[in-house]
Design a binder for this molecule. Structure first.
Ligand SMILES: NC(=O)c1ccc[n+]([C@@H]2O[C@H](COP(=O)([O-])OP(=O)(O)OC[C@H]3O[C@@H](n4cnc5c(N)ncnc54)[C@H](O)[C@@H]3O)[C@@H](O)[C@H]2O)c1
Length: 326
């Protein structure tokens, strides 16, 4: 039985795209955060990110005592994790690199602290291979940007203790995340597989000349994507089945989907020409707006949607949609 320490101090290892956003989230939840990254300008870049993201974090709601001033930085990884209660690792996505890094983090972190990896594609069974205390290591895979999007996928490796998965789930839930437990390791975890499945069809439809790039984006974001922002596909089919609900859907509509539509789905050839077509189409769609401008727009709309979902849950509506919002 592994007993993990209560979390007051969080260490962030790797402060690029994901690490900087995680740091913002933990600071916003009122933790002391120590970050580490060997890149020459990492501290300046991290502090600028947190400063720029703080307004958004404030919109989402700060925990008592939350402050960007509670961020410490050291280029020495061992120093950063030495007194950590929870470590969130966000270093480059290379298997042999993560294996060595995790062995080093494990060696320097108190043995009763959980070490979580944000890895998008490498399983914890691989990452924990050289750890002395692999039982406290776990995947805690966020969705970008972690200080805005609630989902975290939690999955252990073969040597991870069940208590670690349980405690990591409870910890993430306690800090406003929406953790889901993957009961088995699968390549790419789950959310990226779902994205990949849909995107394969998007690329196929562009390849086949059915839609241009902007049209394909509209087809997702003004249709099914709007609904997926409030309910998952299984529950939505319950509504799609009309009065007979999901059973009616299974009896009448699902056989058609599985029988005719699934076999008709495409498998595009990702040629350089197709890639160029998509790049050009996206740049045209972006219409000169910078990535920062688009990210600000995206986040402003996401804050609104998250606020509506929170309001709906707080209203006490006893519905499945409210449960999905809570
Ligand atoms: N970008 C995404 O959308 C996304 C989403 C979810 C999860 N992830 C995962 O998060 C992790 C980081 O991805 P990213 O997109 O932030 O990459 P990134 O390249 O933006 O950041 C990686 C950071 O790690 C630092 N680094 C290099 N060596 C290090 C070391 N020895 N110790 C500590 N830090 C070190 C680099 O200097 C860099 O700042 C990856 O495992 C990735 O799979 C990424």
């Amino acid at each position: 039985m592994t007993s993990h320490r209560p979390v007051h101090r969080v260490a962030i290892v790797g402060t690029g795209t994901i690490g900087a956003s995680w740091a913002t989230h933990y600071l916003a939840r009122g933790f002391d955060v120590t970050a580490t990254d060997p890149a020459p300008h990492a501290e300046t870049a991290l502090r600028s990110y947190v400063d720029a993201a703080w307004e958004g974090a404030t919109t989402l709601g700060l925990s008592p005592g939350a402050s960007p001033d509670r961020l410490r930085f050291t280029a020495e990884m061992r120093q950063a994790v030495a007194d950590a209660d929870f470590v969130q690792e966000n270093a480059p996505e290379r298997p042999e690199f993560k294996v060595k890094l995790f062995a080093d983090i494990d060696d320097a972190t108190p043995p009763d602290a959980i070490i979580a990896s944000s890895s998008s594609g490498i399983t914890m069974s691989v990452i924990q291979a050289q750890c002395r205390h692999p039982e406290r290591t776990v995947i805690g895979h966020p969705f970008n940007p972690p200080h805005v999007i609630p989902l975290v996928e939690v999955v252990g490796g073969t040597k991870t203790a069940p208590e670690t998965v349980h405690d990591a789930m409870a910890f993430y839930a306690s800090i406003g995340k929406r953790p889901i437990h993957l009961k088995k390791e699968v390549p790419g975890h789950v959310a990226n597989r779902l994205q990949a499945a849909l995107y394969r069809e998007v690329v196929y439809l562009i390849e086949q000349g059915v839609l241009d790039v902007a049209g394909a984006d509209d087809a997702v974001s003004w249709g099914p994507g709007l609904r997926w922002g409030v309910m998952g596909p299984n529950l939505l089919w319950h509504l799609g089945g009309g009065e007979g609900g999901i059973q009616h859907f299974m009896d009448t509509l699902m056989p058609q989907m599985a029988g005719s539509l699934w076999p008709a789905l495409g498998n595009p050839q990702l040629t350089p020409e197709l890639q160029e077509q998509i790049v050009n189409g996206v740049l045209e769609e972006a219409d000169g707006h910078s990535i920062d401008e688009l990210a600000t727009q995206r986040d402003a709309m996401l804050f609104g949607l998250l606020a509506v979902r929170a309001q709906y849950a707080a209203s006490g509506a006893q519905t499945a949609a409210a449960r999905q919002s809570a």
